[in-house]
Design a binder for this molecule. Structure first.
Ligand SMILES: [Zn+2]
Length: 77
């Protein structure tokens, strides 16, 4: 049992699933001049060359995904 399940026990969220890794985070790397996956969710550095970047090009959706219970409709983007 995860901490999330424990937190949701005896709440309307009981039985729901926390979705936290559905959307890969991509940053724009100035070193590679391309969108790259991050090496770490905490550091936001290019997984290819290690260049740090705060320019997130994809992955902000993760805030929504993490709270989604049902009716997830990836239509906009
Ligand atoms: Zn890079």
């Amino acid at each position: 049992m995860s901490s999330y399940e424990i937190a949701c026990d005896d709440s309307p969220l009981k039985g729901s699933t926390l979705m936290i890794e559905e959307v890969p985070v991509l940053i724009f790397c100035s070193g590679c001049q391309a969108a790259r996956p991050v090496s770490s969710m905490h550091l936001f550095c290019c997984a290819e060359c290690g260049q740090p970047s705060s320019e997130v090009v994809q992955g902000k959706e993760i805030e929504v995904v993490a709270l989604e219970i049902e009716e997830w409709a990836p239509s906009h983007g």
